[in-house]
Ligand binder design. Structure first.
Ligand code: ATP
Ligand code: MG
Length: 287
């Protein structure tokens, strides 16, 4: 079997914050996890389960209290390599307005490589490529404030792309977007994953997004509760609901139908699968 190259290795990671009363808050508790190059991993979990704290370790916005995080072969506790790691792993956050710094789209996208001291001809190429990759070329000379939320998030992604990352970590990038913006952003990150081989870590509360990942990690109270393929995770409808998590609508409908004796496959998680199963079911019934 071909061995997969590890992009991010989390080894017995615990993270303690100190709250305003001086008490320890154990936001992550002995988490171990590997993310492979080229993978698309979704992280789900209820509010306060430690998703953002985990993600912030991937580009050294936080460092472990206990344990280690290795990114592209660098230990994040090794202070010398923080900037190397940040070039390999870009972050995109929830609020697009907080991530855009310039008054013109292309200047915003150029900001990262300019700070790295990339030569200007190379910056021009990177900006053009990044805007093309997120399908925003036509907006290069626009003011970001006039764009939709989905367009702004794609500009934020372009800004990260201009740094030529191997991995992009997105912390609820669609939480503030309308359904159209959510689709735009999800399609963009899938394209970057497939066509450019960029490793994607997507934190999301939307199970319809998580279902499109290669692998899903479930967090609860700072602990990694489960990891598996979307099918392994989302067919456990009762378990996830018990954790206070949603499941994709198709998985829930299929679960309820099979409970009522409707004979359809038990492992349905997408709308297409549900649609096909129902068509087959009714075709059989009609005979
Ligand atoms: N700066 C901080 N100081 C103290 N406690 C914090 C701090 N940041 C987060 N916490 C606590 O750490 C725990 C994990 O928080 P985290 O933000 O990682 O969760 P999350 O899964 O991202 O939640 P959400 O879905 O709401 O974004 C929570 O109990 C939170 O209150
Ligand atoms: Mg969070």
């Amino acid at each position: 079997m071909k061995s997969k190259e590890t992009m991010i290795e989390v080894n017995h990671l615990s993270h303690l914050y100190i709250d305003e009363n001086g008490n320890d808050v154990r936001a992550l508790d002995d988490v171990s996890l590997s993310i492979h190059r080229g993978e698309f991993v979704a992280i789900i979990g209820t509010n306060g389960s430690g998703k953002s704290t985990l993600a912030k370790h991937f580009n050294v916005l936080l460092q472990p209290t206990e344990g280690h995080v290795n990114v592209c072969g660098y230990d994040t506790l090794d202070g010398e390599h923080i900037w190397d790691i940040r070039q390999h792993v870009g972050m995109v956050f929830q609020n697009p307005d907080n991530q855009i710094v310039a008054a013109v789209v292309e200047e915003d996208v150029a900001f990262g490589p300019e700070n790295l001291g990339v030569p200007s001809a190379e910056i021009r190429k990177r900006v053009d490529d990044a805007l093309a990759a997120v399908n925003m070329t036509d907006y290069a000379e626009h003011g970001p404030h006039l764009l939709s939320g989905g367009q702004k998030q794609r500009i934020a992604i372009a800004g990260v792309l201009a740094m030529k990352p191997d991995c992009i970590v997105l912390d609820e990038p669609t939480a503030m977007l309308d359904p159209k913006g959510r689709i735009e952003v999800l399609e963009t990150i899938h394209k970057l994953n497939k066509e450019e081989g960029i490793t994607i870590v997507l934190i999301t509360h939307f199970m319809e997004e998580a279902v499109t990942a290669d692998r899903v990690v479930v967090m609860k109270n700072g602990v990694k509760l489960q990891e598996g393929s979307p099918r392994e995770i989302f067919t456990q409808v009762d378990t996830l609901k018990g954790l206070g998590l949603d499941v994709p609508v198709a998985a829930e409908v299929a679960f309820k139908l099979t409970q009522q004796g409707v004979d359809i496959p038990q492992d349905i998680i997408t709308n297409d699968e549900l649609g096909n199963a129902l068509i087959n079911y009714y075709a059989k019934e009609a005979h």
